[in-house]
Each structure stands twice: as structure tokens, then as C-alpha cells.
Ligand binder design. Sequence first.
Ligand code: MLT
Length: 269
Amino acid sequence: MLTKTAHLADRTVRYLEAGSGRALVLIHGFPLSADSWLPQLLRVPPGWRVVAPDLRGFRGAGAVGSDDAALDHATVDTHAADVLALMTHLDIDRAVVGGLSMGGYVTLALVRRAPARVSGLILANTRAGADSEQGRAGRNLMIELVQREGPPAVAREMLPKLLGATSTREQPDLVDAVRLLIEANTTAGIAAAVRALRDRPDATPVLSSISCPTLIITGDEDTLIPVSESEAMHRAIRGSTLIILPRAGHLSNLESPQAFNQAIWDWSD
Ligand code: MLT
């Protein structure tokens, strides 16, 4: 069974786990959940243990950690602390930590807080910079939208941006699957996540301090976070590897799972 539950000091967290050996922790993007890493969890090579948690507030009403008090304080830093607490609970001292998009923001917060616990980094479809004024205004509109119309409206708004043109045209089942992932979240969870995105700090200063092996991966059809952002991180992180997947958009691990998996496992070899 892939789905597990950990009872931590202040909350219960659902996570997916597969394989055994060296640890890879995967942190999902917005507004998804750990389930967005299923194509990776179903194909774990021998010698690796992959763990993918739900970030606080994601997926489902009633999940402990999605209550309003816990969400009031959700920031990329508290998400990073949550992931570190789960690693400790699972006896994972050091791991390769990978995040897609919002998961990348959390990953950069995690490596800033606890570099000794990171043996490698995967930064997928993400960026280091903070939101611009215009970006922050867009976040406020998204908060209003979800509070007015609920998660289906967020799915409607985000789907065309999350998936690349090729996937949107050629993978209708994936479009439906991503809609289901988005709609499995709650209004309060999505609003809290948008606040965390809006208020995240600029992680650019972290990049030059990164000394572990780093893979930067994106899709050439990502319109939400353009390839130029990955190229900038590649220039700033010494010795990093950059892979740009063709015909993939913002959710590159879901849109091109085989190429994504090959990229991460070849790199980690
Ligand atoms: C994500 O995919 O996690 C978010 O869309 C990232 C963002 O909006 O900055």
C-alpha cells in the first residue's frame, strides 16, 4: 500500500511511500497533492525509497492540519519544517529533496534551513524569485475566486496554465485527472496555499550557497514559469544540471512521466 499516515507531534500527515534504500522526498505543486507524484512512485528503481507528503492543508476536509488555525501559519518555511519533521519521524537523516513549482519554493526554504539534511536537490518547474507586485495582486484575486466559487473555479482557471499545449491537446485523461486532484482540495486549504505563495521570500540568495548535486528540470511548454527561470537557477547553482523536456508544460512529471523519471534516475545514479 502506497498511502501511509504519520502521527507527528502537532498533526497527522498523509504521505505516499515506495521502495527502500536511499531517500528521495518529493514535494508537490499547487494546487495538487502527493498523488501528483504517482507516476514517480509507481516506478521506483531498486535501492531507492521515495516519500511524497501532502503539504499542510492540501487534500480533503477533515484531514488534520487543514483546520483554520494550522493554516493561518502556513508559509513555505512552515511547509519546509513540516517536511523535515516527517523526515525525522521516518528516520531519514539526509535525502535528495525534490519539489515541483510550489514544492520547489518549499525545497529552497528547506535547503536554506537545513542544508546538512539535503544530499541532492531536484528543482522542477520552479523559480527562485519572490512574486512581483502584479503577481501578488493576482494571488489576491485567486483567494477571492476560491472563496467565492470554490476549488472547481480554481481548476477552471489553472488547468490551461498547468498543462502544456501538447498535453492539453493529446492527453484528455490527464486533464481530467489534474482537475480531480485540484478539486480534492478545500477552499480553506487552497486560500492558505495562495497566501503562502504570495508571501514567500526571495530565495535567490540561497542559490549560490547550494553545494549539493542539483538537477533543474522543466518543460519547454511551461507558460506559468518560463524556461528562462530554470536557466537562471542553472547559472546560479554551481555544477547544476539542467534538463528541458520537450512537449511538456508546468506539470512535467505528469505530462512526460517517462522522460521525467529517466532524467531523475539517470542524474541520481
Ligand atoms: C505551482 O504550480 O505550484 C504554482 O502554480 C506556482 C506558482 O503559482 O507560483
